[in-house]
Design a protein around this ligand. Structure first.
Ligand code: MG
Length: 377
């Protein structure tokens, strides 16, 4: 009997993810409390059939999140990055996988490896359930979906077939994937069942969907705050300076809106309240901008592997009118929480001239925040 094939995996983590948005390339965004790239790396490295995993990407960034793993700097295109990996691995079979597909079931790897017995390559693919149609602003003609599949990664190849396909590919042309290159070079590529878990992270919302797929929990926190109105003070609401004849009095800038959100965020992780972290007795918080308090609460959530996914705040006052400032406040809060505008809600109400808010003695704010946390209850 011949020895079992030696199997290597190349994990391509070199993309910049233009459609993902944000400051961090998608392979380093957090999913289940860990950078996206760590999920696929673990799935490959822990699979018993795989002997070697090579990451292609920015070595410093990869070392930051994966520690001491074998990594090579990527090329200008995905095709070049794969080629760099192919030149460096020592294997009979190679799996080529994109870090942007973090959830990789072991069964897909088993099926791919098994399929290489009779083929040069194998890809996971899923049938298309949705109607396909052309669109140009408006809906156009439907396109028959019979015989169409969605092709995913990892894609597995006999090493000589994929090396030959890359060598034969014209350098001035880009390929949609490695399997197409092998086919163009006359190789046979099998299909094994794909998995919806393997879908790609393209947009930031994809991470929220994946968090749901891998479990984890969503928790809600509540916050409430009041400050007194007085002449000669600035009025800050939701990190926005509001022109008004009076402002709120407090040790910091007395921004009731950010204080209520901060308490709601702290409430999600049972981390006390704003006074626990920033005691009014401490002189260093005198006149402090409240966005620092909120940033600290967000850091605590992040340290637990959590992610803020939504906040809803109600400002309770007779005056000033909040309507004209609502968009600015909403945008500021979204910026501070690094959330899309759609995940931030700002509302206002009066109390029909009743109570301290009705007498314009003070302004109150209530907030809820929702945080996605790894693990289960
Ligand atoms: Mg306060």
């Amino acid at each position: 009997m011949s020895p079992p094939p030696r199997i290597a995996a190349i994990l391509v983590a070199a993309g910049t993810g233009a459609r993902f948005g944000g400051d961090v390339p998608k392979q380093f965004a957090l999913l289940g409390g860990k950078p996206v790239v760590t999920h696929a790396y673990a799935a490959l490295a822990e699979h018993p059939a795989i002997d070697e995993v090579l990451v292609v990407g920015d070595p410093a960034s990869i070392a930051d999140v994966l520690g001491e793993v074998r990594v090579l700097a990527g090329g200008a295109t995905r095709r070049e990055s794969v080629r760099i990996g192919l030149d460096a691995v020592d294997a009979d079979y190679v799996l080529i996988h994109d870090a942007a597909r973090p959830l990789l079931p072991a069964k897909v790897i088993d099926d791919l490896v098994a399929a290489l017995t009779g083929h040069d390559g194998a890809v996971p693919a899923l049938p298309i359930a949705d109607t396909l149609a052309k669109a140009d602003g408006a809906l156009g003609q439907t396109v028959p979906r019979d015989g169409l599949v969605r092709v995913q990664t990892p894609q597995a190849f006999r090493i000589e077939a994929i090396r030959a396909a890359h060598a034969a590919w014209p350098s001035d042309r880009e390929a949609t994937d490695d399997a197409q290159m092998v086919r163009a070079n006359g190789g046979s590529v099998a299909i094994v069942p794909g998995d919806a878990l393997l879908d790609k992270v393209t947009y930031a919302d994809d991470l929220t969907r994946m968090e749901r797929m891998i479990g984890g929990i969503q928790v809600t926190g509540f916050g409430y705050d009041v400050h007194r109105l007085a002449a000669g003070e600035e009025l800050w609401l939701g990190g926005v300076r509001i022109p008004h004849d009076r402002g709120l009095v407090g040790h910091s800038d007395a921004d009731v809106v950010l204080h209520a959100i901060t308490d709601a965020v702290l409430g999600c992780i049972g981390a006390g309240d704003i006074g626990t972290h920033f005691p009014p007795s401490d002189a260093k918080w005198r006149g402090a901008s409240s966005d620092r308090f909120l940033a600290h609460a967000c850091d605590l959530v992040e340290a637990e592997g959590g992610r803020i996914v939504h906040t809803d705040v109600t400002i309770i006052c007779e005056a000033p009118r909040i309507g004209p400032h609502r968009d600015a406040i909403r945008a500021r809060i979204a910026g501070l929480l690094r959330l899309p505008l759609a995940r931030v809600s700002v509302k206002a109400t009066t109390t029909e001239r009743l109570g301290f808010t009705g007498r314009e003695e003070g302004i109150a704010a209530q907030a809820v925040a929702t945080v996605s946390l790894p693990g289960s209850i």
